[in-house]
Structure formats: C-alpha cells, structure tokens
Design a protein around this ligand. Structure first.
Ligand SMILES: Nc1nc2c(ncn2[C@@H]2O[C@H](COP(=O)(O)OP(=O)(O)OP(=O)(O)O)[C@@H](O)[C@H]2O)c(=O)[nH]1
Length: 649
C-alpha cells in the first residue's frame, strides 16, 4: 500500500468556520510547502493556477492569491477575514458602479472555466485517492486496497473520490479502455466489501489513455451515518428560490412559470396567496448510495414522498432552508443564515432581473459568515441571450472584485462540476449554474453537484463533547405538548435526557426532560452533533421558551452572558456609531438588541475597526468567545467576533 495511515488527519473541511473563527486555525504542515498560502489547499491552487494560465482576462484575487497570502499570513487572523469582508462590500459597490457590461462579449471569453489538466501530488490524508491501474490485483493486494478504501471513506465521512488512470504525482497518464473498465470492476469489488456503491463522475482522455473520476459512497448502517448537508437558499424576491427548491425536492416535475412548484414549499396560507416567502421553510432531497434522487422514485405521481420514506432510502440528505427574498423579511433571512448553520449558501438570481440589491445583501451576509456560496441563475427559458450574459458578467465582476477574491466558474461540464464540488469548501471557488425550472435545462448538473458536495464541518470532532442544542423554533402540537426545533451543535441528545433549558429573562436555566426526538419527521432515539431535529419536552410551557435559548448538558448550572467585548468591522454605516448606539446582534440563534457601552474610538464609520463593549438590552444570552456575529440597525451593518465575556449571570 505504501502509505502510513495511522495518523488521523486534521479536519478536512477546514475552509470556513461559519460562526467559528476558521482563520485562527494553525497552518497545516503541508501548506508550509506552499510558502504561506494560508487556507488555500494545494489542490485548489493547482486548479486556480491552471485557470489563470488559460484565461486571457485578468482574474483579480486568483493569481495574486499566493502572493497576497504570502504577505498576509503573519496577519492572517480574524482581522484578515474581517478586512476582506469590508473590501468585498466596498468592491461590490465599486464593481457595480464600474461594471462595463458588454453584451457583445461572448460567454466563452468572459467566463472562467476550469481546464482539467494534471492534478496536484496525491495527499496521503483526506478522501481522494489516485490509482493509475487496478487491473487484476492479487488477493493479498485486494485486501490492502480495501483497507485503504476504508481509510479514505472514513476521512470523507462515508464518501471518497478515486482518480483512476492518475499517477501518485498527479499526472493523468491514462489507461487503455479495457484496463479502465477492469480497474472500475476492481473498484466495484472493493466497494462491495465495504457496503458501498460506485458512481463514475467523469471519464476523459489522459496523456496515454483514459482517466476516470469515481465517487464511492457507503450505504449507511444507521441514521447517524447518513451524510447530512445543509444548504441555505438566498436571493432576491421572485428569483425562483422556492420554485427551485420545489422542483428539486418534489416528485421531479417541473414548474409552469406561474408558481406551480413553489406551492409545496410554502408554510403559511398568506404565502400561498401572495407567492412570497416570509418564514424559513425546510425541504429535503435524498440521494441513494448509487447517486439517484430518492425523492423521484414515485416520479409522475402528484404526491411527493414522505420525509420518512426519503430518509429511509437515502445515504445522503440535503436539507434546503428556503429563505425570504423580500427586504421586509431580511431579519428572518439573516436569522436563517446564522441559525441554520448552513454548509453552503445557494444564491439564486433570475437571469432576466439580474443582480439586485437583496442579491448583494445576501451575498454579503454569507461572505461575512464565511459560508461558501454557489450561484444559480434561473429563468433561462424567458430571458433573451444578451440579458442573460449581462447578468452573468455582473455577478462575475462582483465575485472577482479584489475584495471578494473569488473564482467564479460557470459549470459547463461534468469535469467542471466535480472539480468545483471538491474545491468549494476552500471558500474561494464560486460555481455558477444556469438553469430553467420550466424546461429543466441545467437541472441535472445542479443535482449532480448537490450529490457530490461534502458537508463543510467535521461534526465528528465535537460528537463526544457535552451536548448543546440551539433552539430556533417552538411548537405546541395538540396532544404532544411543547416541542422545540433546532440543531445539536455539539455532543448528542438522547431520549430521556435531563438537560438545562435557558437562559430565561433573568438569565437562569431550569432542568427539563426530553420525552421524544424527531429527526426529519422520523422518531429516533438520539440526535448527534450536526443534526437538526425537534424534541418534545416534559412539563414546560411553550410561553416560557423563546428562540435563541439552548438545551445544555452540564453537571453544574450553566451561566448566561449580559456583557461582552468584540472586535468589529463596520461594513456600512448610515449613522455614526458611538456609545449608546443599539444595533441588533445576530449570533447563531440569538437575536437581540445590544447597547454599545464602551468603544475604543470616538465614532465609527464605514471601514472602521474597533473593540466594542456590548450589553444585551433585555436579557442575558448563552454566547461563546470566538463566535462570529452580524449586527445591524437599519442600513448600518457590521461584522464582529466575540473576544471576551465580561459579565455573566
Ligand atoms: N419561466 C420561468 N419561471 C420561473 C422559473 N423559476 C421560477 N419561476 C416563476 O417565478 C415566480 C417566482 O418564483 P418564486 O419561487 O416564488 O420566487 P422566490 O425567489 O422564492 O420569491 P420569494 O419567496 O418571494 O422570495 C413563480 O411564478 C415561478 O413560477 C423559471 O426558471 N422559469
């Protein structure tokens, strides 16, 4: 086998930390080879360099990634990410003002497309394995290969990629057609021994023959082994968010352009009547181990599959959080982006309407929270070619602007798609899909992309910690009593656990008993870190629970925070920010006004950075050092990181 696999790798999905300060992670040893390249993975750099070399157009933030990172590394902490966020905001504005959209410029010219050439040297850790040939291995060799596959599957939480026809140094040497088929057969034999399935993602020419990228996915033995992916769906009103979620998660039937598909996604009657999303609605899409969409098994039927059926037959579940696009519901959308702990943000843009204010607003929030973004341009069927190109050019300009420093990639082939899915976690590549919910154009690529995406976090790392469950909704179904919905952010929650609920308005916690647990509407015995679900609680009134509370496992009574200090960056200011200013703070599920009690500058304006002492206005909250938050008041917006807890209750 030639590889030592005893050592557990550092978290594979280390790109963005969401609410955690990812930038503070120590640089990995192998990254040192790339002279201070920060969090840019070698694999991505390979792609980025190829991309830049093949483009005649300058790609700000791609070629200079290495150079700027090298200089910035010593200063690469939370401040760096905050800075780039501000730049992103300013550059979005600048790109907007300066955008010289030239409809005559062809797509092929204006779009960065990955050219898949040789790969970077194989990494001994992680979930990607290169194998030049697997033709007819001896029984002893087969045992070794199966052990190695088991390791790669473990590294990828149940999924891994095999690059067949590729040498360990990354050279796509290629195999004769017959040898490739024989290697694929060996791969299937190996996978079968690990209860896994094989999916060929791409098959193309190498230097001397054919190379194939293959995904291997384990059939989960229990609910906890399922790959769980969360996607927040953002974008301007009427961009087609609910419709797209309805088409992806329904029975496989398309939209009629007049709101047919979105009806399944709406949660309120007034939404059905107005056609406007006002609350975060959740839908799931399941993939089998072989990569088929489980939701479409009763394709053609009017009735969508029950969630329990989808869950039962899926190896991977994508949960979509459909957010509201109207400015009036921005508060709810921000709550969705912070509280749902999304792995990715799907930014939906209607080709005919283009990039609007709310599109930029949502993009800005996702970038601030370090949630990787992919863009879906909808309504191709009703949009003239030149307008479609304008929209594409506009979003690309915004993404490529020096502040955002993203690499927009219009997905045009399966190869682009699998490269994007493997690199998006590094928080630099932004794949762009162009689709129609009415004709179905582009939807297969989008589905395949969802199938390939990995969860961004390594929840296994916090599975053995004390349990923390953040509450984002409360219900009182008849005959069940009080039910809280939310996410296990660390540890496990088990039926019959006695846990602390709080903080209440006085900052106190009370013991509650967990009667039953539902995961994706199915009764389960426990929820583990990274899973969202609902818990029925015993003898507690709905009125005594609010969103933002936590359920905590602790031997001693937990404390709540009244005052804290934070390092902040002002993204936009409408009024001067000085003492006594009272913005709304969004940190995970907590949403409350906080007063600026102290500040290390007289007054703050756009672009200023400062240390601020905040005090929650109404009640103490459960928050932690290192959490990333957004604060806003009217048009004023800022980004912060909690540095110190100053007063607890
Ligand atoms: N022709 C065409 N119409 C579409 C497409 N996608 C969505 N629509 C229509 O566009 C309208 C708005 O779609 P929605 O899904 O409600 O948009 P939304 O972004 O969810 O809007 P909010 O929920 O208010 O934020 C509906 O009438 C859809 O039928 C598409 O690809 N082509």
């Amino acid at each position: 086998m030639g590889k030592q696999h005893q050592r557990r790798s550092p978290p594979r999905h280390g790109g963005g930390g969401g609410v955690v300060m990812a930038a503070s992670a120590p640089p990995r040893q192998e990254d040192a080879r790339h002279a201070g390249l920060g969090d840019v993975a070698p694999r991505e750099l390979g792609a980025a360099t190829k991309l830049a070399q093949t483009q005649s157009i300058p790609i700000p933030g791609v070629l200079d990634v290495a150079a700027s990172r090298a200089g910035a590394v010593e200063h690469a902490t939370s401040v760096e990410s905050a800075d780039s966020m501000l730049n992103a905001k300013l550059c979005m504005q600048a790109a907007d003002d300066a955008a010289q959209i030239n409809p005559a410029r062809g797509l092929a010219e204006s779009v960065a497309s990955l050219v898949l050439d040789d790969l970077p040297v194989e990494d001994d850790e992680g979930s990607v394995e290169y194998k030049w040939s697997l033709v007819n291995p001896s029984p002893e060799r087969l045992v070794e290969l199966v052990t190695q596959m088991q390791f790669r599957l473990m590294e990828g939480n149940g999924e891994c990629i095999y690059e067949l026809g590729v040498e360990d140094n990354g050279r796509k040497r290629g195999l004769p057609e017959l040898d490739l088929q024989a290697s694929l057969d060996t791969l299937r034999t190996m996978a079968a021994q690990l209860s896994s399935e094989v999916m060929v993602l791409s098959d193309m020419r190498g230097h001397e023959g054919r190379v194939a990228t293959v995904m291997v996915r384990r059939t989960p033995a229990s609910l906890e082994e399922r790959v769980d992916l969360r996607v927040a769906v953002a974008g301007n009103v009427d961009s087609g968010k609910s419709t797209l979620v309805g088409v992806l998660t329904g029975t496989g039937t398309l939209d009629n352009g007049r709101g047919l598909a979105r009806a399944a996604v709406f949660s309120h009657r007034h939404e059905l009547e107005s056609g406007r999303t006002s609350a975060v609605s959740t839908q799931i899409m399941g993939f089998s181990a072989a990569g088929g969409v489980v939701n479409y098994t009763n394709s053609g039927s009017v009735r969508a599959l029950n969630w329990s059926d989808v869950v039962e037959h899926s190896s991977k579940i994508v949960t979509f959080y459909d957010l509201a696009g109207h400015e009036r519901y921005l508060k709810t959308t921000m709550f969705g982006l912070t509280a749902c702990v999304p792995d990715y943000c799907m930014l939906v843009i209607a080709a005919n309407n283009g990039v609007l204010r709310m599109t930029k607003e949502h993009l800005c929030i996702a970038l601030a929270l370090k949630v990787p973004v992919f863009v879906v341009i909808t309504k191709l069927d009703i949009c003239p070619e030149n307008i479609r190109e304008q929209t594409l050019t506009h979003i690309q300009k915004i993404l490529k602007s020096p502040g955002a420093r993203k690499i927009p990639v219009l997905v045009r082939s399966k190869e682009d798609l699998s490269m994007c899915a493997q690199n998006i976690v590094n928080d630099r590549i932004v794949p762009i899909f162009a689709i129609s919910n009415v004709t179905g154009e582009g939807l297969d690529d989008l589905r395949l992309f969802m199938n390939l995406l990995h969860p961004r976090r390594n929840w296994a790392e916090v599975k053995s910690n004390a349990c923390e469950f953040s509450i984002d909704d409360i219900f009182a179904p008849v005959g069940v009593g009080t039910v809280v919905a939310g996410t296990v952010v660390s540890g496990c929650m088990t039926v019959n656990d006695d846990v602390w609920l709080g903080p209440d308005s006085a900052g106190h916690f009370t013991k509650v008993h967990v009667k039953s647990i539902h995961y994706k509407r199915c009764a389960v015995k426990r929820l583990v870190a990274g899973q969202s679900g609902s818990l029925a609680l015993k003898k507690i009134k709905r009125s005594s629970i609010r969103k933002g509370m936590y359920l905590l496992e602790s031997a001693t009574k937990p404390g709540a925070v009244r005052e804290f200090s934070a390092e902040v960056l002002i993204l936009v200011h409408a009024t001067s920010i000085r003492e006594n200013y009272q913005p709304i703070i969004h940190v995970e599920t907590v949403r409350q006004a906080a007063q600026v009690v102290g500040i290390d500058k007289d007054v703050l304006r756009t672009g200023d950075r400062a240390n601020i002492h905040f005090r929650f206005m109404y009640q103490p909250e459960y928050i932690k050092v290192g959490s990333r938050f957004i604060f806003r008041e009217g048009r004023t917006k800022g980004l912060g990181i909690i540095k110190e807890i100053l007063q607890t209750v």
